[in-house]
Design a protein around this ligand. Sequence first.
Ligand SMILES: [Fe+2]
Ligand SMILES: [Fe+2]
Length: 390
Amino acid sequence: MKIGIFGGSFDPIHNGHINLALSVIDMLTLNKLIIIPASSPPHKEISGLASKNDRFNMCSIVANCYDGMEVSCMEIKRGGKSYTIDTLKEIRSVYKDDEIYLILGSDMFFSIKDFKCSSEIFKMCTLCVVPRRAQETDCIREYASFLRNIGASVVVLDIAPIEISSTQVRERLKSNRDISKFLPGNVEQYIREKRLYGLGGEYLIKEYKSILSKLLDKNRYSHSIKVSEKAIYLAKKYGVDVRKAELAGLLHDITKQMPDKEHLIMFEKYNIKLSDIELKNKKLWHAISGALYIKNILKIDDEDIMNSVRYHTTGRENMSELEKIIFVADFISDDRVFNGVETIREIAEDNLDKAVAKGASITIVHLLEKNKLIDHNTLSAYNRYTSNFI
Ligand SMILES: [Fe+2]
Ligand SMILES: [Fe+2]
């Protein structure tokens, strides 16, 4: 059998790799091409890369689509730096009498003489070099003759290279640019689902905005965006996690327009017992159900974000910095126009606790004027955060 081995970091595997793999299979009439993701790519200790398992999985997704392609985890299992000689020995132990072709990009090819046990490598396989750029071909042919003179068997393949690099793919993903020409759809889907390459933030926010736009009318949606923007502003000002603030601000009113009945079903489902005051004041429901929605339906596993939504209407005695930010941002977002909004905006520029106290007092006065009950959390927040300034 003719076996090709194609190593690399595949971080991620992209259309350039796939095109090359298919061309090599075709030109060398390979029976099998084994893709071997490296365990830890030498000289590439950069953060923001995918784990070896994810790289392996992405290669498997591709290999499953083509006859004669398979993926080996031998280098990943071996761990540490991947040396070609060790991989060749392992391959040879399985394919004792077969022809082995080692596929190399031009950069690897030019340094092959410096590889560990290079003369042994030359005896064990045929080097199969694929130019990365068209203008490299002459140099490659020259170096191939040199290697042949020292005992290597070399094939130079004339494949029109697709000039894609994994770095380029990662950058496009990160900046949310179209990637369809660079990656197969199923690999892109895997990357998005697993939030690889720093995709997390922006992609999630985009997704949540789309969910929110379906649950809220135009005004309420626009209010959520404005609270989110204010929350980002305050988070930067007071040194709080900006991404959490953005997300909590965006989602704080997520169940605001859910029918009463659905709120009650939700409370029952998640075993939430409302106090008498909460039962009588429906305006408090969306904060409680919003937190449940975020945790159980959106699966956001972050207690601080959840509590920021849970207490954005009432406040409470001991609030985290993020809770305070969402509570205050909901008061002073750019769409708010009530009497006194400018005062609390000014206070928020200066002191977050004081802004919480002011917010709680505005809520209490408003409820008193309307002859409504005051939730004990609002009173606790008022007392706790006002006492600092008396
Ligand atoms: Fe709200
Ligand atoms: Fe709100």
